[in-house]
Design a protein around this ligand. Sequence first.
Ligand code: SF4
Ligand code: SF4
Length: 282
Amino acid sequence: MKTYALIVDVEKCENCNNCFLSCKDEHCGNDWPGYAAPQPPHGHRWMNIKRRERGTFPMIDAAYRPTPCMHCDDPPCLAAAEHDAVVKRDDGIVLILPERARGQRGLAASCPYGAIWWNEELQLPQKCTFCAHLLDGGWQQPRCVQSCPTGALSLFTGDSEQLQNIVVDEGLQVLPVGSGAHPRPRVYYKNLYRYDRCFIGGTVARMREGVEECADGVSVVLRQGRDLLAEAVTDEFGDFRFDNLVRDSGDYLVEIVVGDTIAAARPFSLGVSGSLGTIMLE
Ligand code: SF4
Ligand code: SF4
C-alpha cells in the first residue's frame, strides 16, 4: 500500500525559508474543502523551522530543524478530537477536517510537537496537511519539498517495509516527546545530531622561527576513559572538531599526536558545545 512520510536532512537545511513561504503561498487565502481552510497570513508556522546556535566564539555554528506536523501513526490529536474532526488516512496523512473541527481549541494543546495552530478568525485548529489536496490530484511532492533548493526535504512514497529499510539504512530518527509517549511520527530526521547534540573543538598552533602559526594536518584523538572515540586532522587553520557528543556526558581527553608521540593533552568535562581554545605544540 502506498504511504507517505517526510524525510528531513538537518545537515542540508540552510534556513532559506522557501518551504515556509511555499506553504504560505499554497494555503493563505486558499480554501481546500475537505483538507484545510485558509491559513491566516500571520501567526501560523505550519512548516516551523526551529533554530539552534551551538558553541561560543570563536567556534560557533547554527543548525536548523524544519518541523511540520509529524502525521503520527498513533496521533494524540486524533484521540483528543470530538465529532471525528481528525482523520488518519490509510496513506499515513493526518488531517484536521475544518467542517468538523470548528471551536475545538483544545486540539492545539493535544499535540506534543506543538504543530497545531489556532485560527482565531475562523475558530479552527489548523496544521500541515502534507499538501494532501495536491498529492490526491497527482502531484509527486508537497509544495515545501518541491521548493527546497538543497534537498533537505524529501517525500517518501512506498510501503511500510520500504520505509523501515530506509530508516535503518540511513540511520533516521524521529523526534522524541516527553512523558514516555510514542505517537509514532512519520517525519524522519537525518543528521539530527547537528541540532540536538554537542561538539567540542579547538585550534592547534606551533611556534616557527619565533612566529605563532596554525598547525595544519596534525592528528587529534578524542578519548573517554580507556576508549578511543574519534580521530580528526586539523584543517588549514589548525582547527579540529568532534561532533555528535551527548550534552553533560562526563570527562574526556583530547590528545594531539605528532608522529608516535602525544605532543599535548587536554582533559575536559563536556557540558555544552564549545572550544578548548588554542593548544600550543612545543
Ligand atoms: S504531530 Fe501533532 S498534529 Fe500532527 S499528527 Fe502528531 S499529534 Fe497530530
Ligand atoms: S526550503 Fe529546504 S533548505 Fe530552505 S529552510 Fe526549508 S528545508 Fe531548509
